[in-house]
Ligand binder design. Structure first.
Ligand SMILES: Nc1nc2c(ncn2[C@@H]2O[C@H](COP(=O)(O)OP(=O)(O)OP(=O)(O)O)[C@@H](O)[C@H]2O)c(=O)[nH]1
Ligand SMILES: [Mg+2]
Length: 441
């Protein structure tokens, strides 16, 4: 059975074959492994050495570079080693098989190196998530968000709130422990109330961020909506530069939401084509319309499409929405109204103006940089729970309830933040966070 005391190993570099493969090892057997496998035995700490690597029968595995990094000043906090080999399948298998032949040594599970780093206090949970995000980052914006998180700036903010709560709790408990000292409750109450009000407004400000951090991490959302046959799917295909959605002259062609993932303005963006909005008799189409409306509601930007060959008016649009009059090539009526982009999905006319408008809006949305930027639902949930309890504690304190009742809410809030940072044992959270990692990290 897998144990935290095992020595673990994995291929830490990308898919094979590659020019170089990095095999990573961490745990108590690392010194023995280096001693046996490295040509010159265990090298000096943190010094790259060149030489051959051997298996247990002294057959050569490969030649390359090796490094030994003793704990606790290593990534995992344990003794670790890295072998830089030629990146072919046979070499990698030979090296991993040899390493796994040492006692209590096995292949690592996904994220296990980082989990050890977390368990040995090298990273908190929020920083560990930053590692995973950095590896997944595709855009510069995602990368800098992940680097900030990995570097501890997000943890620092969360930790600051947690400290404020712990201090309030200490003050409240002092007033519970010494109820006879007449002055104690009042003296305690006022700084506590001030701290709680400050925390509540800081949490509220952080939560009221239009979810920019999550959008940068997971992608902004655009929905193309409008009546059947307006050319929504044709516009999606133009934006995606491929035939992602079926186009036909039959109204009601699109039923499901068809989504493509694009990069616009340096951000990941999900563009959704939706079913044409109308009173549908058909149950499937009606479900499509329901989904279309739902998607439109949750989108950051809606592209409202109308066809120039009909006289359908535009709905009232939200701030970031874009109005598009399509089928410009067929237009028989005079010039359209202000603020409406006139395009033709068939000829491509006006499409670059639509792309420019999307880019401007995405950049504007992404630029709303509050501090800190919440990057995950897990964080948002923990913070909103904390805010709820902080507000409740503050209200109870102001209403003159006893310190015992007040401190209960403060305790719940601080526990939520402790769970967020992984400061308390939360096995289910840990399992969820680390299972999303790749093997070798
Ligand atoms: N002339 C002309 N025809 C267009 C243009 N854009 C789309 N069409 C045509 O209009 C018809 C409907 O296009 P779609 O893109 O399927 O329209 P839709 O809005 O997705 O329709 P539903 O999925 O039914 O809601 C097709 O026959 C397209 O070829 C355009 O700019 N000019
Ligand atoms: Mg369609």
């Amino acid at each position: 059975m897998a144990s935290a005391h095992d020595t673990i190993c994995a291929l830490a570099s990308g898919p094979r074959p590659s020019a170089i493969a990095i095999v990573r090892v961490s745990g108590p057997a690392v010194r023995d492994i280096c001693d046996a496998m490295f040509e010159a035995g265990l090298p000096a700490p943190r010094r790259m050495v060149f030489g051959r690597f051997f298996d247990n029968s002294r057959d050569i595995i490969d030649e390359g570079l090796g490094v030994f990094m003793p704990g606790p000043n290593s990534y995992t906090g344990e003794d670790t080693a890295e072998l830089y080999l030629h990146g072919g399948g046979a070499v990698i298998e030979h090296a991993l098989d040899t390493i796994c032949s040492f006692s209590n040594t096995r292949l690592a599970e996904p994220g296990e190196f980082t989990r050890r780093a977390f368990e040995n206090g090298r990273l908190d949970l929020v920083e560990a998530e930053g590692v995973a995000d950095l590896i997944d980052a595709e855009t510069r914006a995602q990368k800098s968000l992940a680097l900030d998180q990995l570097g501890g700036s997000l943890s620092e903010v969360y930790e600051g709130w947690r400290t404020g709560l712990l201090e309030s709790m200490a003050l409240l408990e002092a007033s519970i422990d010494f109820p006879d000292e007449e002055d104690a409750p009042d003296e305690a109450a006022s700084p506590v109330s001030r701290t709680l009000s400050r925390l509540a407004s800081e949490l509220e400000a952080a939560l009221n961020d239009d979810e920019v951090g999550e959008r940068i991490r997971d992608g902004f959302r655009i929905a193309i909506i409008g009546p059947p046959n307006a050319g929504k799917s044709s516009i999606l295909n133009r934006l995606a530069r491929k035939d992602a959605a079926i186009v036909s002259d039959i109204p009601g062609t699109t039923r499901d939401v068809v989504e493509v993932r694009l990069k616009i303005g340096g951000q990941i963006v999900w563009v959704a084509d939706t079913a044409g909005l109308r009173e549908a008799d058909d149950a499937i189409e009606a479900e499509g319309v329901r989904r279309a409306l739902e998607r439109a509601k949750s989108a950051d930007i809606r592209i409202h499409v109308r066809s120039a060959d009909t006289s359908e008016a535009f709905d009232v649009a939200a701030e970031n929405d874009i109005l598009v009059l399509n089928k410009l090539d067929q237009q028989t009526v005079g010039p359209g109204r202000d603020g409406v982009l006139r395009i033709s999905a068939t000829t491509g006319a006006g499409l670059s103006a639509l792309e420019d408008a999307l880019r401007d809006r995405i950049m504007q949305l992404a630029g709303k940089n509050g501090s800190p930027l919440i990057t995950r639902r897990r964080h948002r949930e923990a913070l909103s729970q904390a805010m709820f309890h902080v507000k409740q504690a503050d209200a109870n304190l102001r209403a003159g309830f006893g310190a015992e009742l007040v401190s209960e809410d403060v305790r719940m809030a601080s526990q939520g933040l402790s769970g967020l940072l992984g400061r308390i044992d939360v096995e289910d959270i840990l399992g969820e966070v680390f299972s999303t990692f790749c093997i070798g990290k």
